[in-house]
Design a protein around this ligand. Sequence first.
Ligand code: DX5
Ligand code: ZN
Length: 216
Amino acid sequence: MAFILSPSLLSADFADLRQAIELINNTEADWFHIDVMDGVFVPNITIGQPVVKAIKKHARKPLDVHLMIVDPDRYIRSFKEAGADWLTVHAEACRHLNRTLSQIREEGMKAGVSINPHTPVSMLENIIEYADLVLVMSVNPGFGGQKFIGNSYRKIEELNRLKQKYNPSLVIEVDGGVNLDNAPALLSAGADALVAGNAVFSAPDIPERIATFKKM
Ligand code: DX5
Ligand code: ZN
């Protein structure tokens, strides 16, 4: 089944990001998933625009930037300047989600909205046609290597029904605890894109692991 694989650089060696980027460049992976955390929306701090900009210099695949920050509106333009191609904000972090997604599109990026494991899919019903991507969190955001939360299958199926009704070109992406065991069921449920951090970067042979994912 054709799908988008977005390896999460959060699980790469931050002291050797360039090597990780070159490695991924030469595989069948489709995007680079980049996790931006502010220590407020989530209990962890990662990287910001300067590092995204540095990644962009070497990446030969689109940057899929996942903002886990409060009031992301303040930084939309700066992430565009840093090189984001897809920019995803959290529904829980936005006061005026319609405005935020419109601004992302106006800056020339694809607009994504993410929901935490406890957030119902139904809250997206009136925003879905203004989004290019919905990111379903299958862990509580903040860290790589966590255990997949099982209600995600049901949420993807529900989202897929909304997608067929209101926005057939929507990309449904899943992030958190994705591995070779649960990926087939996620794709059957309606996922179009899978983020994988630990499942890719902890593999003894990373290109081989990516090839195995893509063969699914
Ligand atoms: C978690 C991040 C994820 C993380 C996924 O908050 O949004 O992108 O890197 O890592 P794994 O695949 O290891 O769960
Ligand atoms: Zn992420």
